[in-house]
Design a protein around this ligand. Structure first.
Ligand code: BGC
Length: 745
């Protein structure tokens, strides 16, 4: 028995209904063993203690003095009325709070500590949308692994990530927390991130629980306004919004978070169809469902319940196991039980789901195994983590324009004017949801440029703020630009302009920055815009005028080194947009996998599905991204013109590097089902491959499409393939026009 095996379990093992001799570690069926252990603990619990496990409360960040929690919260922990805490950080502080739970409560059940580790804990990676532009599941897994290792060393057991909400509307600020607009790419990255957080085995103390959020449909907020209503057809729900959730439920994610939004008239947190029927029954999810912050009590505001009592009834019967900061379960559950709205068996089931995680994490053996200050000090910001953050950042950058090959820049001899509010803004490089990341650890573009080419060669002028209409810095910026050979403009959104409750109706470059950029462009000098953004921005004017644009997203702790690697050609950009960049905000929501309509848009033709004032096409499509070299596609070949349900389709294409430098291309494959029992999108991503090609090198890239990858929900809402004709498109982005046809018989 391990040193820390806590009295509650020791007691449970001796008193429990099951025979302790049956409870032997079993390699074959660890879940069976855990289930017996849960029953044993459950048998000792009073009703109050059971209900207690179903509540989560927020702490106050990092301890700076003695235990700083509100006294009522400390009492609740002592009384066994808390199952989990969020926002308690640091090995030392989590240890102190854990000590109260395991030494001062009757059953000494350990707490689970949860935190939003969204794109890093201390070492901050690019925001998830940016990281997704690398189209690299392996990288996403590695980044999540590092984030988990750091967070675990600092006392965290659970991250509220990944956010797998498909988002098609750039106005929605939380688009930055996910993988963008595509369910296929989104599912692959979601699975990779969960694997990174949870590792192979949660018994490994460098792993943490992941959380699929926000279940479901939250990204479809009407008009892009956060927390707002969603109205999603069953087809779109199943084919667009649910696939990443289903993929990670199947790959073993241990927790789900119910979303804030009203979904087709029933808030997601009270939506039994979503949680009980689909998640827990159809997908047989064995993990635990936590509400979003107060989303149970917010159902009163939604107008679907009159009070907390009814809110608790709706949420618990929908299948929400744990109440995050809603104070509903704690106050209402006993009455709900008394009134037979819920049963004790239901409560036991939810408590079992909570206890199961505590066992899986090994907290009953050693409640302090994650709260180790020595490990914490040795783990955070390791050089190899920073190196990975730098690699993730440079792989996330997307080159949108590079007229006359302005980029890469030469690092010798030239004087560079560095202009813009983002050039030296450390905090804005880590942005929103940046865990315990600190601005002081960030290397900015200015710092890195100066150290690479010497500060005498860098003339810095901020020029403008992110926001506001102050133009007083323009003159100095223009003067700096006049003295330089090359201008680098670091502009865009401030780090906190995307994320939760950061919706924007105007998604242009904010403040007077665009004006400043256009003034700089008038000088006719080589000018590179390095764009910082947590969402697609409107670049229509800028892209006509500026010769070079590099999308840097919110790049993280290693912003400066990663940017200089790309600007000076030490790394050839390879990122591809995981989300459409609209031509005008009025096109939102906009996405590549739209339906054709009966009158597909033709710009110059009346009575077609079009705008009078802007094209239907976006400015930069999904999947778009340039390189310092070029890639030519040829010889698209299908294995067979006709396939059956039993045989896969083989597709190959030759890709050649046509330039003078090596580069990585992401070869993308889309299909179109020409006639379906329900209308099908004009294109759907079904595969991609990243290939590294030396200058002049060519490679044949092959794909295999299995017939079940052509399946969809038919008119009767049954999942399956339908025979018929299909098109295959292969190329460099979602506008790829190289096509071939085949038939499924
Ligand atoms: C957010 C969640 C987050 C939670 C806890 C909520 O406001 O919607 O994404 O995990 O807070 O911080």
């Amino acid at each position: 028995m391990k040193k820390y095996l806590i009295p509650a379990v020791a007691l449970a093992l001796s008193l429990a209904a099951c025979n302790p001799s049956e409870i032997k570690p079993s390699q074959d069926n660890p879940e069976g063993l855990i289930s017996k252990k849960c029953d044993s603990v459950l048998a000792l619990m009073t009703l109050e203690e059971k209900i207690g496990q179903l509540n989560q409360y927020s702490g106050d960040g990092e301890l700076t003095g003695p235990v700083a929690l509100r006294p009522d919260l400390l009492k609740s922990i002592r009384d066994g009325k808390v199952g989990s805490m969020l926002n308690i950080n640091g090995a030392g502080y989590t240890r102190k709070i854990q000590k109260i739970a395991v030494e001062e409560s009757r059953l000494k059940i350990p707490l689970i500590f949860g935190y939003d580790v969204i794109h890093g804990y201390k070492t901050i990676f690019p925001v998830p949308l940016g990281e997704s532009a690398a189209w690299d599941p392996d990288l996403a897994e590695k980044a999540a692994r590092v984030s988990a290792t750091e967070a675990a060393a600092a006392g965290q057991h659970w991250t509220f990530a990944p956010m797998v909400d498909i988002a098609r509307d750039a106005r929605w600020g939380r688009i930055m927390e996910g993988s963008g607009e595509d369910p296929y790419l989104g599912s692959l990255l979601a699975v990779a991130r969960v694997k990174g957080f949870q590792g192979e085995d949660l018994a490994d103390p460098t792993t943490i629980l992941a959380c699929a959020k926000h279940y479901a449909g939250y990204g479809a907020a009407q008009a892009g306004r956060d927390y707002y209503t969603t109205d999603i057809s069953e087809h779109s729900l199943r084919e667009v919004y649910l696939p990443p959730f289903k993929a990670i439920a199947e790959s073993g994610v241990e927790t789900f978070m119910s979303a804030f939004n009203d979904l087709n008239g029933i808030p997601a947190t009270g939506n039994r169809y979503l949680i009980h029927d689909i998640l827990k029954t159809e997908w047989a999810f064995k993990g635990m469902v936590v509400s979003d912050w107060a989303s149970i009590s917010e159902m009163i505001m939604h107008g679907i319940v009159a009070d907390k009592y009814e809110a608790g009834d709706l949420a618990f019967n929908a299948g929400v196991d744990m109440d995050m900061e809603g104070n509903v379960y704690i106050s209402e559950m006993q009455n709900l039980l008394k009134d037979r709205k819920i049963t004790e068996a239901q409560i036991n089931e939810s408590v079992r789901r909570v206890l199961r995680l505590k066992f899986k994490l090994g907290l009953f053996d050693d409640p302090y195994r994650y709260s180790d200050s020595i490990r914490e000090a040795a783990t955070l910001l390791k050089p190899e983590y920073l190196e990975l953050a730098r690699d993730a950042a440079r792989k996330s950058f997307v080159l949108l324009k590079n007229e006359k090959n302005i980029l890469p820049l030469s690092s010798s001899g030239k004087t560079i004017a560095l202009i813009g509010p983002a050039a030296d803004a450390a905090g804005d490089m880590i942005g929103n949801w940046s865990g315990r990341g600190e601005a002081k650890h960030v290397i900015t573009l200015k710092q890195e440029l100066e150290s690479r080419i010497g500060d005498g060669k860098v003339i810095y002028a901020k020029g403008a703020d992110f926001l506001g209409d102050d133009r007083s810095g323009f003159a100095a910026a223009l003067a700096a630009a006049r003295r330089a050979d090359v201008i680098i403009a670091a502009c865009g959104e401030a780090g906190m302009m995307s994320g939760e409750s950061m919706s924007r109706a105007d998604i242009s470059i904010p403040g007077v920055q665009e004006e400043l950029l256009l003034e700089l462009a008038k000088l006719g000098k080589p000018l590179v815009l390095v764009l910082f953004n947590g969402r697609p921005l409107i670049l229509t004017e800028i892209s006509k005028t500026l010769p070079a644009i590099l999308v840097a997203w919110i790049p993280g702790t290693m912003a400066g080194p990663a940017l200089c690697d790309v600007l000076f050609g030490e790394y050839n950009p390879s990122g591809k947009l995981p989300v459409t960049f609209p031509y005008a905000v009025g096109q939102c929501p906009i996405f590549y996998n739209y339906k054709n309509s009966g009158r597909p848009g033709a710009q110059d033709q009346k009575f077609t599905s079009r705008y009078l004032d802007v094209p239907n096409d976006p400015l930069y499509p999904f999947g778009f991204g340039l390189s310092y070299t070029g890639f030519a596609y040829s010889n698209l070949t299908l294995g067979k013109p006709v396939i059956t349900l039993e045989e896969p389709l083989e597709v190959s294409v030759d890709v050649r590097n046509t330039g003078n430098v090596a580069g990585t291309e992401t070869v993308q494959l889309y299909i179109r089902d020409l006639v379906g029992s329900v209308t099908r999108p004009v294109k759907e991503l079904k595969g991609f491959k990243k290939v590294f090609l030396k200058a002049g090198e060519a490679q044949t890239v092959s794909f295999t499409i299995k017939p079940d990858e052509l399946a969809f929900y038919n008119r009767e809402m049954k999942w399956g393939t339908e025979p018929g004709k299909f098109k295959v498109f292969v190329g460099t982005d979602s506008r790829s026009t190289m096509e071939a046809g085949f038939e499924l018989k």
